[in-house]
Design a protein around this ligand. Structure first.
Ligand code: P1T
Length: 381
């Protein structure tokens, strides 16, 4: 099955009870048993729920995996991966990543005796040097949030496979429409379903997908034991959103390209970070492992003034100033004060998250309106 068919059909069947073509919202916490242990595969909705199961099977198919698990948020999915570890274990992570993941690592699991080392993941020597006998997990985000660096997943997988280290890839920015990390050698794919997958800025949800049965069993155990699952109504919304993922992603990519190209030629703009540019430092890796370059763009302003950045963002008429990304509507955010505030300012600056850095999520509106919005807001500063 091709991707555009899978989003609509994979893992989904007409409802066995009624023939309903659309997966119903099974708004139930529990299921009748004929005798203790004699049930139809569902016992209690923390463990499994038919609406959530349909979504989990659909996501597993989209990522060319075997097992899908959904959670109450993207961070709950990250949390479940980290619960595979124990005190004394070590994690090597991309140094440029979503601020909430960084906070969970450094202020959550580090307190429990798990050590985190952050390295620029395009430098395989830096990864090799950071590995110790206790390294159990490598955490990759690509494209990275917000600097749009691209990590060569296959190159990192060559390192992890040799040493029996788990490789998890946060595929939120790319989505399975643009890249499939399991095929590049990753063991676990993580998504903030909140973003492009659900796609309409109306759901908070996370997901994990893997191929290995033992790993899936360990993750299912964590999912049901910790209980950070999503509800049936949100599962329904995510399933509905995913049915148009391929169409939306096409438009996000087209609009992203036009927006990035416009910004690059603008005299008030300093740097534009978008992996589709030929001279993006990781463009060749992006070309190799992604099918297109997505709708996320970051840019900084000449003069690097925070006041100008704030003025610009509050002047926009269509780009809404808000956290999050990947919805049909265009959003903008100021990473240093919003999504990446938990990263110490010195670290942020080293990564390029400067005072005037602005992140855009190009939505699927008419691109002429997006360009006009950018143009008139840039004139105001
Ligand atoms: O918000 P939540 O569903 O818990 O997902 C967390 C998360 C994980 N990974 C990446 C790459 C993300 O971008 C996010 C959430 N990011 C934002 C809310 C944001 O505006 O960047």
């Amino acid at each position: 099955m091709k991707f555009g068919t899978k989003v609509i059909h994979a893992g989904l069947q007409p409802d066995p009870a009624t023939g309903a073509v659309v997966t119903p919202i099974y708004q139930t916490s529990t299921y009748q048993q004929k005798a203790p242990g004699d049930h139809k595969g569902f016992e209690y909705s923390r463990t499994s729920n038919p609406t959530r199961k349909a979504l989990e099977d659909n996501l597993a198919a989209l990522e060319n995996g075997k097992y899908g698990l959904c959670f109450g948020s993207g961070l709950a999915a990250v949390d479940a991966v980290l619960k595979l570890l124990k005190t004394g274990d070590e994690v090597i992570s991309t140094n440029d990543l979503y601020g909430g993941s960084y906070r969970l690592f450094t202020q959550g699991f580090a307190q429990l005796g798990i050590k985190f080392t952050f390295v620029p993941m395009n430098n395989t020597i830096a990864i090799e040097e950071a590995i110790t006998p206790n390294t159990k997990l490598i955490w990759v985000e690509t494209p990275t949030n917000p600097m749009m660096n691209i990590i060569d997943v296959a190159a990192v997988a060559t390192i992890t496979k040799k040493r029996n280290i788990l490789l998890a890839v946060d595929n939120t920015f790319a989505t399975p429409f643009l890249q499939n990390p399991l095929g590049l050698g990753a063991d676990i794919v993580m998504h903030s379903v909140t973003k492009y997958l659900a796609g309409h800025s109306d759901v908070i949800m996370g997901a994990l997908i893997c191929k290995d049965e033992d790993l899936a069993k360990r993750l299912y155990f964590i999912q049901k034991s910790s209980g950070a699952v999503c509800g049936p109504q949100d599962s329904f919304l995510a399933l509905r959103g995913i049915k148009t993922l391929h169409l939306r992603m096409q438009r996000h990519c087209e609009n992203g390209k036009i927006v990035a190209t416009f910004l690059r030629t603008h005299p008030k703009v300093d740097k534009v970070y978008w992996p589709g540019f030929d001279d993006h430092p990781n463009h060749l890796i992006a070309k190799k492992q992604m099918r297109n370059y997505g709708g996320m763009i970051s840019f900084s302003l000449n003069g690097n003034s925070k006041e100008d950045a704030f003025k610009l963002m509050s002047t926009f008429k269509i780009f809404t100033l808000a956290e999050s990304l990947g919805g049909v509507e265009s959003l903008t955010c100021h990473p240093a004060t919003m999504t990446h505030a938990s990263i110490p300012s010195k670290e942020r600056e080293k990564l390029g998250i400067v005072d005037s850095l602005i992140r855009l999520s190009a939505g699927i509106e008419d691109v002429h309106d997006l360009i006009e919005d950018l143009d008139s807001a840039l004139k105001s500063i």
